[in-house]
Design a binder for this molecule. Structure first.
Ligand code: ARG
Length: 490
């Protein structure tokens, strides 16, 4: 029997150099996978027993030992060892410390290559589910805000120039549309993540009669991988999740940028609560929108993580390569960052003051109703291109006379074009303009309320999907800290 503490020590005569150990070891970060690693090991050991590859008493010892290790990990008392390299060998080594030689049977028919591939998928499924709930909370917060402000008029912008009147509810519902797509994408990614790679072995599967379907059922994974080389060497689920998170962060950063703009004195559309701002150490008057700025800034971190793993994976020959150990840190950071950002937004939004008066005042300047005036001419039978030109002359006239559209009288309009009737001035009214845009997807209050209802239904459908395909009962028990199942304990 080998006395070398290294799992692969049998073939080696010399000790591992200390610098090598430091670079090779991944336990410093992959210990985040510990409970998923244990869930995978329990499911694997139950299958080994069912296939008579280990005796029932041996499986009982293994499972009880793993439950104890899980408890130590949750309590923070587990002694992690860098010499044991990674989370897998730390758990297995601790199991051997507890139950002795029989611990060596756990790894029957398994390699760390298919083990880490499984752990990562279980971890991803858990995090995707948690982020999905956070996205759902953000969506319902935004829908409620939109309903509450369905009638609040404000300028809509293109090129950051005042363009046409819309409602605040409508503006907020644009973000609801984005985050609903994000949640849908996350659920798609989770479906492709929820596949069992265990049984792929190091690369060439196993000659043992492993029952892969049984392990998949135990872990509530609907599918198993169908190629062992791909099973150990694919990191698509991590890439796809980070791609999804990157799109989430694009949306978060756009909202954050608008909050920064709106909180500025130039806009003054919102006031952020003191709790979400900081001051300046130099300028006593300053109240800075740090949190929206950080939300905007953190997008770069998530994009960088996706880019890092894409670059690591590019051009790797089949099957497993140690390069792939570099998947974890960017993935963990991207997921933690996105969850933090999505998680803080509902509170941030709930704590801001909306300055409806400032939004309405901003409708006064900038000729936002010029299009409505053109639409009026179109109603008289004038081709739109001509109407556009005529109203362009009206705007030029106003600029020359230092007037707003609402300051004009009928005589001035009629002098520019006789098609302007006495009722033309009536269209220069933001509320009227908004109310007329009641098409599905439009800014009118009723259209906003309909969109909100649609979004609520869509969000509920996605939530039902979210609640179905999450972590298995076994993983949940390990995270909660449930007692060892009675049949094992006896
Ligand atoms: N720590 C390794 C990783 O994350 C686990 C797999 C190691 N496999 C191996 N053949 N060395 O990639």
């Amino acid at each position: 029997m080998s006395t070398d503490s290294r799992a692969w020590g049998g073939r080696f005569q010399e000790a591992t150099a200390a610098v090598v150990e430091a670079m090779n070891a991944s336990v410093g970060f992959d210990k985040a996978l510990a409970l998923e690693d244990i869930a995978g090991s329990i499911a694997h050991s139950r299958m080994l027993a069912a296939q008579k590859l280990v005796a029932p008493e041996e499986q009982g010892l293994i499972e009880a030992g793993l439950f104890t290790i899980a408890a130590e990990i949750r309590a923070g008392t587990f002694a992690w060892s860098v010499a044991r390299e990674d989370v897998h060998m730390n758990v297995e080594g601790a199991l051997a410390d507890k139950i002795g030689r029989v611990a060596g049977k756990l790894h029957t028919g398994r390699s760390r290559n298919d083990q880490v591939a499984l752990d990562l998928r279980l971890w991803l499924r858990r995090e995707q589910t948690a982020l999905g709930h956070e996205l759902h909370r953000l969506i319902t917060t935004l829908v409620a805000l939109a309903q509450e402000h369905a009638e609040v008029a404000m300028p809509g912008y293109t090129h950051l120039q005042r363009a046409q009147p819309i409602t605040l509810g409508h503006h907020l519902m644009a973000y609801v549309a984005m985050f609903l797509r994000d949640l849908d994408r996350l659920l798609d990614a989770r479906r492709r993540t929820s596949v069992l790679p265990l049984g792929s072995g190091a690369l060439a599967a196993s000659p043992l009669p492993l029952d892969r379907d049984r392990v998949a059922r135990e872990l509530e994974l609907p599918e198993i991988t169908f190629n062992s080389l791909d099973g150990v060497s694919d990191r698509d689920a991590a890439l796809e999740t980070m791609a999804t998170l990157s799109i989430v962060m694009v949306h978060v950063s756009r909202m954050a940028e608008e909050l920064v703009l709106w909180a500025s004195q130039e806009f003054g559309f919102i006031e952020l609560s003191d709790g979400f701002c900081t001051g300046s150490s130099l300028m006593p008057q300053k109240k800075n929108p740090d949190i929206p700025e950080l939300l905007r800034g953190k997008a770069g971190r998530v994009f960088g993580s996706l880019q890092a793993l894409l670059t690591t994976m590019k051009g790797l020959p089949l099957a497993y390569n140690k390069d792939m150990q570099e998947d974890k840190e960017p993935l963990f950071d991207a997921v933690a960052t996105a969850r933090q950002c999505v998680g803080i937004l509902p509170e941030l939004l709930g704590a801001m003051t909306i300055r409806q008066d400032r939004m309405r005042a901003a409708l006064k300047d900038g000729f936002l109703l010029a299009t409505d005036l053109a639409d009026y001419l179109v109603d008289t039978g004038m081709p739109f291109r001509e109407a556009h030109h005529v109203v362009g002359r009206v705007v030029a006239h106003c600029l020359g006379a230092h007037k707003r559209l609402e300051d004009l009288d009928h005589a001035e309009l009629a002098a520019i074009d006789p098609a302007f009737g006495a009722d033309a001035l009536g269209v220069i009214d933001a509320d009227r303009s908004i109310a007329r845009r009641g098409l599905p997807g439009g800014p009118a209050p009723d259209a906003v309320r309909q969109a909100a209802e649609f979004a609520d239904t869509r969000a509920a459908t996605l939530l039902a999907r979210l609640d179905k395909g999450g972590p298995s009962a076994l993983e949940r028990a390990l995270h909660r800290g449930d007692a060892l199942p009675a049949h094992v304990a006896s």
